[in-house]
Design a protein around this ligand. Structure first.
Ligand SMILES: Cc1cc2nc3c(=O)[nH]c(=O)nc-3n(C[C@H](O)[C@H](O)[C@H](O)COP(=O)(O)O)c2cc1C
Length: 351
């Protein structure tokens, strides 16, 4: 499946502001580009003479069965892509048999996202706000609505400087709001409204103790998203995290940060099987998924391609992206001589 072509088409249907918000990254977008390049630098050493007549892409994530080790990354503002927004994504993830991570900054409330695909597994991505009382309430709402895990994003103490959004003085258009927060972004004249919001509302003082705090609020596993170093991953797991997500936020936070692909081996080694490890950033091919599994990931998260699918074809467009990745992964597993995700081992990557 040609996701580059899909992005090209999405660019023609989205407003300039929306496309720039989705596609853009921090500063010079060095990390945005490197996220994709890092996967393609890795080389596979496939096995042959192995029975791959029955291949499956199915696996489990935190014990939940999924049809493919590709989850939907949490992304804000999905109603910019299609009117049903996050509700469409929830139905698409359910149809494809995978887990959707729902952003704190969704444009459909977490309850309405849950109601769109009530049977499907979902995780809630949390931005801790300075207003801890409100944050606590949000966490309890997610638990009450049946979300099965909390994903604590830790790489946004301040918002990265995103030149495209600054240039566009990007804010949510009329009629759209951050539905969980219950507000629109302020209209700004000369800066990104999201950067203003983050600087006023988000808590820049998170420490490992906050993982413990969250675990005390609700009976849900906590994953920590935005880890790029083994030592930090170990701290998170020591503090009770059930999983870590190796991520540089799609290159939207610290430009020049190491890619998920390059950071993954260090994190996987440090975690040493004590928690599940996930990775995201620039995953665009089934072979990228195989490489991630080989380097120690349980599954990957995919971000922007889902937005391009939503923009071009709504819910079905997002299903097509996930189905396309599943077909590529099945082919890659067969060609690697590894009929199931569990058969993929570290030695599949050339040293
Ligand atoms: C438009 C957009 C909005 C995002 N919003 C969030 C968010 O609200 N919370 C979060 O933890 N990560 C957010 N991310 C980061 C993604 O979860 C993910 O880490 C990243 O997009 C993966 O890289 P990829 O887009 O190259 O697949 C966002 C990414 C994009 C592109």
């Amino acid at each position: 499946m040609d996701l580059v072509e899909l992005e090209r088409r999405a660019r023609t249907v989205l407003t300039r502001d929306a496309y720039d918000y989705y596609a853009g990254g921090a500063d010079d977008e060095v990390t945005v580009a490197d996220n994709v390049a890092a996967w393609s630098r890795l080389r596979l050493r496939p096995h042959v003479l192995r029975d791959v007549s029955a291949v499956t892409t199915a696996t489990t994530v935190l014990g939940t069965p999924v049809e493919l080790p590709v989850l939907v990354a949490p992304m804000a503002y999905q109603r910019l892509a299609t009117d049903a927004g996050e509700a469409a994504t929830a139905r698409a993830a359910a149809a494809a048999g995978t887990v959707m991570l729902v952003s704190t900054l969704a444009t459909v409330s977490l309850e309405d996202v849950a109601a769109a695909a009530p049977q499907a597994p979902r995780w809630f991505q949390l931005y801790v706000h300075r207003d801890r009382g409100w944050t606590e309430e949000l966490v309890r709402r997610a638990a009450a609505a049946g979300y099965r895990a909390l994903v604590l994003t830790v790489d946004l103490p301040v918002l990265g400087y995103r030149p495209r959004d600054e240039r566009n003085a990007f804010s949510l258009p009329d009629g759209l709001e951050m539905a969980n927060v219950g507000r629109t972004t302020a209209d700004t004249e000369d800066m990104s409204a999201l950067r203003l919001y983050a600087s006023q509302e988000m808590d820049a003082a998170l420490t490992p103790a906050d993982i413990d705090w969250l675990r005390g609020l609700v009976d849900l596993p906590v994953l920590v998203k935005g880890v790029l170093r083994g030592d930090d991953a170990r701290l998170a797991v020591d503090a009770g995290a059930a999983g870590v997500i190796v991520s540089n936020h799609g290159g939207r936070q610290l430009d020049g940060a190491v890619s998920g692909a390059d950071a993954l081996p260090d994190v996987a080694a440090a975690v040493a099987g004590r928690a599940e490890v996930y990775v995201d950033g620039g995953v665009r091919r089934g072979t990228d998924v195989v490489k991630a599994l080989a380097l120690g990931a349980r599954a990957v998260l995919v971000g922007r391609p889902l937005l391009w699918g939503l923009a071009c074809g709504g819910e079905q467009g997002a299903v097509d992206v996930l189905d396309g990745l599943r077909a590529e992964l099945a082919r890659a597993l067969a060609l690697c001589g590894t009929p199931t995700p569990d058969d993929v081992t570290r030695d599949l990557i050339a040293p």
